[in-house]
Design a protein around this ligand. Sequence first.
Ligand code: 76R
Length: 255
Amino acid sequence: MAKPPRTEEGWYVLHDFRTVDWDAWRDAPERERELAVEEGVAYLEEHERVADAEEGASAVFSVLGHKADLMVVHFRPTLDALSAAERRFESTALAQFTDQPTSYVSVTEVSDYVSDSYFDGDEEAVDEGIRRYIEGKLKPEIPDSEYVSFYPMNRKREAEQNWYSLSYEERSDLLSAHGDIGREYAGKIKQVIASSVGFDDYEWGVTLFGGDPADIKDIVYEMRFDEASAEYGEFGPFYVGRRFPPTDLGAYLDG
Ligand code: 76R
């Protein structure tokens, strides 16, 4: 058996997708719409403030295309807190105008490909930079950048291309080359990689944040040519969206 990486887990993640029933929205009396907006804004503000938990982060995005209209992303220390956030949404007057076409559950993860010493518990060999880097991966802030892309992905398990039967060293080398490409996008793209093994239909959820949608397209495209993705990447559906402040919910719904 190939040696699995050691991993550390951080915050749990829910990508909560919602479609709006636009016909019902247009037909609803103004008073009902006002209440829905009011409760929707309050819900989003409360969760962006993380009033419901010790720590975490949340944000809301409008999603382009037919797959969804809204994506609310929650990071929380426990799966239970995510479940509470999801159910709390259902109790708002906004929820009756929405459906949940899909969702994604994962947990942030750092593996020892990043730093052996950290996982060996060798305190002295781990510098402050690495420590901060790992902390930032496990408890990610949601940046202010406007655009987001979310997609789930796997590493292949096929006869000729099986990531899980590569040696630890081979995987580590591939991810190091992958990281070299990633670092070219420093300052332009922030990525959150969260494991969904045992939780959802793919192995990771990838969330990319960027100020320019073309940078999102570029990093995904460039990585396609890199061996870790070219040979072993397998991708689910993509969702692209734009962040908005909770107070803009009414403007979004009334378009
Ligand atoms: O130490 C290093 O050099 C590598 C650090 C690193 C690891 C271990 C790293 C860096 N990633 C790692 C692991 Mn990544 N990443 C993705 C995607 O669309 C695609 O083809 C892939 C989606 C992007 C865009 C991205 C970006 N990465 C992983 C893993 C887990 C593999 C495992 O554990 O088996 C996946 C699934 C994955 C996917 N990665 C980076 C980036 C960027 C921008 C970096 C460099 C910046 C940074 O380290 O934050």
